[in-house]
Design a protein around this ligand. Sequence first.
Ligand SMILES: O=P(O)(O)O[C@@H]1[C@@H](OP(=O)(O)O)[C@H](OP(=O)(O)O)[C@H](O)[C@H](OP(=O)(O)O)[C@H]1OP(=O)(O)O
Ligand SMILES: Nc1ncnc2c1ncn2[C@@H]1O[C@H](COP(=O)(O)OP(=O)(O)OP(=O)(O)O)[C@@H](O)[C@H]1O
Length: 490
Amino acid sequence: MDVEKMDENEWKYHGEGNQSLVVSHCQRCVVLRFLKSPPNQNKTPEEILHHLQNIVDFGKHVMKQFFGENYVHHGEIIQLPLDFVRQLCLKIQPERPECRCDKDMDTLSGYAMCLPNLTRLQPFRLAEHRPILCIEIKPKCGFIPFSSHVSQEIKHKVCRYCMHQHLKVANGKWKRPSKYCPLDLFSGNKQRMHFALKSLLQEAQNNLKIFKNGELIYGCKDDQDCVSDWNELARHLKPFFFPSNGLVSGPHCTRTIVKELIHVITMALLSSTDTCRAGDMKTVPISQGRSYCEASAFNKELVRNGKHKLESSGLPRGCLLYKTLQAQMLDMLDIEGLYPLYSRVEQYLDEFPEESTLQIDGPYNEVFYEKLLDLSLEDDGTVAFALTKVQQYRIAMTAKDCSIMIALSPCLQDECSEQRPVVLTSKSRFIFSVSVLDLDLKPYESIPHQYKLDGEIVNYYLKNVQAKEDPVMSNLFKENEDCTLVLHKV
Ligand SMILES: O=P(O)(O)O[C@@H]1[C@@H](OP(=O)(O)O)[C@H](OP(=O)(O)O)[C@H](O)[C@H](OP(=O)(O)O)[C@H]1OP(=O)(O)O
Ligand SMILES: Nc1ncnc2c1ncn2[C@@H]1O[C@H](COP(=O)(O)OP(=O)(O)OP(=O)(O)O)[C@@H](O)[C@H]1O
């Protein structure tokens, strides 16, 4: 990219989260990702550069090892003319959702990250003008804590996402609760995955976005403005799934298209398109924790119908969901077991404030990665043990908040070669790629906030939801406590 010839008119607003704002190039498949900060809390250019360098290094040296080379795009740092950045900021300001305007895009340092545009990235470098569909999913935490440090029994039964939904609705973040439960998506069981994806399509919140040729066509633009219009979605998707127009419109057509969409997403999520160093890492077996969540609507429905066969087919080892879950499960102690270890590190830092060998703020290199592989849970009382668990927890938190991008492009039969993964629907075939984004390491400083939030989520749930739950339902669950197969005579 020729930074001297940057023209803000060639870029447009693409999206943003809590930490960064993304603009995309109108023609080429690249995006610029700028850091954001609260007004009047601007960081110096050196601090921004250091932060961005840490993000790139962390992606390159750590997350690629966990997720695999092909899934992670770490990007590169780019220095832009300040005038361009200021003009760009002015240009995109009207596009920004109001709920995100509590922070400003960094316009003072001139530094940004340059990344491939994953919504338009053509799998296997087909011509850039081909139609492309992209589904972005933020799956959140896919397991129930198995740690003995957990103090409230409910945390062993109901997943954090499902409990958090109630607090979010009460706080006004979302108008309605979602029926999505991450444990269904991560189950590897197609029926449960279909239910999870359908729930995301019904209530996308900030967990699902769909882009067509790089443009957002489905999902929340603004937190307050979330409309799920499946007919409109089907209208956009029809040329992808029924290219020869063989399907009449109407509710049946909409349902068929949504079903086909769910099918391709499921197949792409279960596909294995990469290998990685940590692929065979011995993590905690999933069976240690419960493989379903009592609050999942899918689960409740089964129980209500007297069916207790809760299937968790398990994920194929190479797929991105599996790798995400493995990284998430580095949180082996739960925040309740982790917090005292964080305090131990804090105490040490009080005594030795200049200590930089702890690598809390980088560098995120090979040495940092190697230290993460020690999964021992035997606390020998050292700062070294506490630090390893703290760093593993930060990785886990990062994996609990990342997003998965699935890019699909229709192809003809003779275009598909054996090296390319293909997913078939009734009338189409797609080549696809799967990637992961937002792999910025969660800050060490956020651990006290995590501890406090965990307590708030659980207490709210216990007080306002569980206490009001139907006692018959709880009894039905008790029968099924350990997720073993219980068959009832009909
Ligand atoms: O704590 P959670 O689970 O609510 O996750 C936060 C996300 O909220 P969500 O529940 O996904 O709507 C939150 O997402 P939104 O800003 O609500 O879209 C952020 O991703 C936040 O990360 P960070 O602290 O800004 O780096 C996330 O915070 P972390 O906990 O990952 O630090
Ligand atoms: N490389 C990319 N290609 C295409 N779109 C991207 C890319 N990176 C980010 N985006 C889009 O921009 C949005 C915000 O980016 P990102 O998730 O990195 O922000 P964030 O502020 O770090 O998020 P969070 O709120 O989770 O902390 C994403 O949800 C995605 O839609």
